[in-house]
Design a protein. Sequence first.
Length: 284
Amino acid sequence: MSDDKDLKQRILEEAPRFGLDDKFQFACHPGVPCFNDCCRDINIVLTPYCVIRLKNRLQIRSGAFLDEYAIVPFNKDMKQPVPILKMGDDENKACPFVGPEGCTVYEDRPWACRMYPVGLASPRDIGQQGEPFYFLLEEGHCKGFAEQGEFTIREWIEDQGIAEYNEMGELFKPVSLHPFFDSGDLSPAKMDMFFMVAYDQDRFRRFIFGSTFLEKFVVPQERIDAIRTDDVALMKFGFDWIRFALFQEPTMQLQGMYTDVQKRERDFFQQLKEADPNNGNQDE
C-alpha cells in the first residue's frame, strides 16, 4: 500500500469527524510564529478550476502555467493525470507564490490552501463505503490553533471563499470519480487527451477552433460563443467531452455522418496532431 493510501487509511480510522456545524478554534496571520511554514514542502493538488484561476491571475496561458508551476507525478496506482503545484528548488521547498507578507496570489489560491487546516476525507478514495467527512489537520508546527478565532466548518467554507471551488469541483466528480477508473486504464494518447481537456484549457480551445471538431458535433451557437472566451464554460464543455469520448456517455450529440466510434476516435487523435503539432507548449 502506498504512503498516500496509508495516510488516508489512518485518517479514516483515527481522525475526529466534523460536520458542517461543528466548531474549531483557529486563526492565521503574520503575527503567528509559524506564518508561511505551511506553504513549503507540501503537495497541493490542482483542480481544473484552480488552474483557470491561477493562470488568469498570472495572465499566462494554461500550458505555460503547467510547464512552469506544476508537475504531474505518475505511479502504477494512478489512473488519471493529476497536476501538483511545483515547490521551489531551495532547501525550504517553498511555494513559488509565497512572499514575506504571505500568499501573493491569495484571492486565487488553490482549493487545498483555502481549506487548511480543514481536510475533507472520502472513504471511496481507498475503495471503502461511506460518506465524506471533514477533519482537522493539526500539524505540530502550526500555532494557529492557539489563536483567538472560532468557526464552524460551514463558516470557514464561507469565510475562505471555498464554496465556488466546491461548486466547480462537483462538476468534475462525474469525470474524476467515474466507475471507468475502478477497472480501466487510459492509454498514453487518452491520458494526454484527458490532461489537455481537463487542465490545459487554452490548448483545448485551440484544438476546438483550429480543427474540424465543431463540424462533427451539434453544438448550439451560444455555447460555441461562450467557450471561445469563457474559461469556465470551456471547462464544463470539456467535462462533457471527456464523458462522451472516454466513457461513451450521451453528453454530446454527433452530426449524422459521424457515428462510427472507432473512426471518430482515430479522427480525433489525427486532428489533435494536425491542430497542435507542438503538443500545445507554445505560448502564442
